[in-house]
Design a protein around this ligand. Structure first.
Ligand code: NAD
Ligand code: IPM
Ligand code: MN
Length: 365
């Protein structure tokens, strides 16, 4: 059979809880599909800071680079919030994305029929939503220079960052987005702030230039403030959205709530070569950490994306997706997606139910 090495980065807060459940899901799926996973668990984020003094130890990055795919839980927490920038868990995550060169972050948000009632939007607005945010992940204001703290001409303290994109960075994320849209419903909406920001004016110009390579994809442009509003007004108008690092961060959290919970949304971060990074879009949820309350489905679905986009194991991915839907159809819900008449379960029990569904529910396609 096939064998893959997966680096597991449980991280902080609910990270270890959702990763431990997801590891079992991968093992069982693998055993049914003739795939063997070799897991390498490495410290990352706050856990790595406590253990080694840095948020991304060299050994963690080199192990990740040498593996076939990387699965991350979540990082961060109150304990490290006041650390200097280079000693923050979040800095470790940015170093990991940069180190793996995973510039394209795919964040799908679809309203599952089983979860229409969990959406905070009206049924007729939420039903049938199926969109994909393509977020640029290794550029923009997250990485732009100059950045830092200093003083202005009046001697006042300042903090500053720079939104900057080079042509090659926009071109490559635009191509990923056009390819993604082409495989979906053929509609791409580029979200920017080109009415104000030079970096966005340039973004729009490059996206329009790349569009000539994809005459079959319908391209539109939208300002980010309008996009934030349109997402809750009529989310069904969107198919694929492409946007910069920070707008993609914000809009994907917003999109997650349409689907019922941030605890449902997976992501795949891909580069031109090398292993992909797969992680739920949510954070370490310190408010519910250690209480077995976390929804593990975002991480389980991230494992499905790992199989599909990271390893090309589409059948195994479909097995997991089918099992998640089956588990929801049976009425099992963690607190974040719970409503009356459903069965309230914790993180572990949700995982156990997904395992049962994987064994009994075989995808039909
Ligand atoms: P968060 O996503 O951790 O939590 C926001 C809210 O959503 C909380 O009420 C939380 O309980 C809930 N939530 C999140 N995931 C859930 C799940 N799986 N099941 C049920 N409920 C869930 O965002 P935050 O509170 O702004 O950030 C907390 C920490 O996480 C910070 O240190 C932040 O920097 C970090 N963070 C890390 C990542 C990451 O690792 N990729 C992403 C976002 C935030
Ligand atoms: C995310 C997170 C990260 C980001 C933080 C923790 C660095 O919010 O993965 O969405 O802003 O990209
Ligand atoms: Mn985020």
């Amino acid at each position: 059979g096939k064998r893959y090495t997966i680096t597991l980065l449980p991280g902080d807060g609910i990270g270890p809880e959702v990763i431990s459940v997801t590891k079992k899901v991968l093992n069982l799926t693998g055993s049914l599909e003739g795939i063997e996973f070799g897991f390498k668990e490495m410290p990352m984020g706050g856990a790595a800071l406590d253990l080694t003094g840095v948020p991304l130890p060299e050994e963690t990055l080199s192990t990740a680079k040498q593996s076939d795919a990387v699965l991350l839980g979540a990082i961060g927490g109150y304990k490290w919030d006041k650390n200097e920038k280079h000693l923050k868990p979040e800095t470790g995550l940015l170093q990991l994305r940069e180190g793996l060169k995973v510039f394209a972050n795919l964040r799908p948000a679809s309203v599952l029929p089983q979860l229409v009632d969990a959406s905070t939007l009206k049924k007729e607005v939420a039903e049938g939503v199926d969109l994909m945010v393509v977020r640029e992940l290794t550029g923009g204001i997250y990485f732009g220079k100059p950045r830092g703290f200093g003083t202005n001409e009046n001697g006042e303290e300042i903090g500053f960052n720079t939104e900057v994109y080079a042509a090659y960075e926009i071109d490559r994320i635009a191509r990923v987005a056009f390819e993604t849209a082409r495989k979906r419903r053929g509609k791409l909406c580029s979200v920017d702030k080109a009415n104000v920001l030079e970096a966005s004016m340039f973004w729009r110009r490059r996206v329009m230039a790349i569009a000539s390579e994809y005459p079959d994809v319908e391209l539109t442009h939208m300002y980010v403030d309008n996009a934030a509003m349109q997402l809750v007004r009529n989310p069904k108008q969107f198919d694929t959205i492409v946007t910069n690092n920070i707008f993609g961060d914000i809009l994907s959290d917003e999109a997650s709530m349409i689907t019922g919970s941030i605890g449902m949304l997976p992501s795949a971060s891909l580069g031109a070569a090398g292993p992909g990074l797969f992680e739920p879009i949510h954070g370490s949820a310190p408010d519910i950490a250690g209480q077995d309350k976390a929804n593990p489905l975002a991480t389980i679905l991230s494992a499905a994306m790992l199989l599909k986009y990271g390893l090309g194991e589409e059948k195994a991915a479909l097995r997991i997706e089918t099992a998640v839907l089956d588990t929801l159809s049976k009425g099992f819900r963690t607190g974040d997606i719970y409503s009356e008449q459903n069965k309230l379960v914790g993180c572990k029990e949700m995982g156990e139910e997904v395992l049962k569904s994987i064994e009994t529910k075989i995808p039909t396609t």
